[in-house]
Design a protein around this ligand. Structure first.
Ligand SMILES: [Zn+2]
Length: 394
């Protein structure tokens, strides 16, 4: 199983300069290839392939104004074209939005090196165009005898440097199968709510940190554009708080997903697509969305490691209004109603009931195939939940 190990490192001034140059070239090449592909499609309805962009890169390097592209390792530039290809593949498969340009301020600085562009010997990693190995903080050991196949160097908005090594990890083996299944729903007041009735809270200090983030963002908004030092300081503060929230959250999500995957054979989640998420771009909402896709990503790769199954079911309408005991649908369910009692006598916690419905739908999906959601039934109907293939039109 391939697995990524991420560490902080501290570059020398020369290494930092080389990497900053490389990040800039990666962005330049990505953006030029994106605009070439966009133009070809808009003007001539032509699809430009990865190979065609690769030929363009060769040509760009021969021109005078882009000769500086030759100064950095060619591998991260090729990888940028591959990433663009993936972005287009996802776009054409309707899994993602149209690729966007990378901006110096908003995009994460990152460069990817494949085996021809780095040397890994005796636990020391040296990148192309560098004389010295990187000074890496090995916060946890790489698996015995691991050989990285891909190395990604990045710098976050607070200026911290990271290196991620993709290695084959022979220590990951499937867990013994068990018969447990769980429905996992994104709660309103909780990070997730489980069909077992358990409610998992947000990471510690998150509420206070979010308030601090909101204050720092208001402060940043008040500083007029181009005001220099004060504005830069305010921006750094926002970045620092944001980084703290995401670090704590990542930690929290790692622990949660490991436990859920260990305990359950089948894990049912709601399939929130990118397109459902883009409407409301408030900072709080952005954090929740990011957390959910991160949660799903972690759950899916850990499930793959340990031989578990993740079932994503389409969002279905009456998940809160449907009684998970008798299948009756309530007429109205205002958001403030947290607990309700059905005509059949069952009393439900709103979120737990929704997670139970999710689980039932997911188990039906894993039996009869993908893209299924429960059919809506009138109150007083039969308890058996009839399934119908009916994809939500988006
Ligand atoms: Zn009922």
């Amino acid at each position: 199983m391939k697995r990524a190990f991420k560490y902080r490192f501290y570059p020398t001034p020369e290494q930092a300069a080389e990497l900053a140059r490389t990040f800039g070239c990666v962005r330049k090449v990505y953006n030029m290839a994106l605009s070439a592909r966009t133009e070809a499609w808009a003007l001539r309805q032509e699809r430009v392939t990865y190979n065609a962009t690769s030929a363009m890169l060769t040509a760009w390097k021969k021109t005078e104004e882009l000769a500086y592209l030759n100064e950095v390792s060619s591998v991260p530039l090729q990888q940028a074209l591959r990433h663009l290809q993936t972005a287009f593949t996802n776009f054409f498969a309707k899994r993602a939005r149209y690729p966007r340009f990378k901006s110096r301020k908003k995009s994460r600085d990152s460069a990817e090196y494949t085996t021809s562009a780095f040397r890994f010997r005796n636990g020391r990693l040296t990148l192309a165009k560098m004389a010295e190995p990187l000074t890496i903080v090995w916060s946890r050991p790489l698996p015995e005898g691991a050989k990285p196949t891909t190395v990604t160097v990045s710098r976050d908005s607070t200026g911290r440097w990271f290196v991620s090594l993709l290695v084959e990890d022979p220590t990951v083996t499937p867990l013994p199968a068990n018969g447990n299944a769980v429905g996992i729903d994104a709660g309103l007041d909780h990070l997730v709510v489980l069909s077992t009735g358990e409610k998992v809270t947000n990471p510690p200090h998150e509420r206070a940190d979010r308030e601090r983030l909101a204050r720092a963002q208001r402060n940043l908004a008040r500083k007029a554009r181009g005001e220099g030092a004060n504005r830069a300081k305010a921006r750094r503060k926002v970045a620092r708080i944001y980084a703290r929230i995401t670090d704590r959250r990542r930690d929290h999500l790692h622990k949660l997903t490991t436990r859920l995957v260990r305990e359950n054979q089948t894990l049912v989640i709601e399939d929130l697509t990118v397109r459902n998420m883009v409407k409301d771009r408030s900072p709080a909402r952005a954090i929740s969305d990011a957390a959910w896709s991160q949660f799903r990503g972690l759950l899916e790769y850990k499930a793959a490691w340990y031989g578990r199954e993740v079932v994503a079911v389409d969002r279905f309408f009456p998940s809160s209004e449907l009684c998970s005991v008798c299948g009756a649908v309530q007429e109205k369910m205002p958001l403030h109603v947290r607990v309700w009692t059905c005509a059949c006598g069952a009393t439900h916690d709103r979120d737990v009931n929704a997670a139970k419905n999710l689980l039932a739908a997911g188990l039906a999906v894993s039996v009869c195939g993908a893209g299924v959601r429960p059919q809506r039934r009138p109150p007083g109907g039969q308890p058996a939940m009839k399934q119908k293939a009916l994809r939500r039109e988006l």
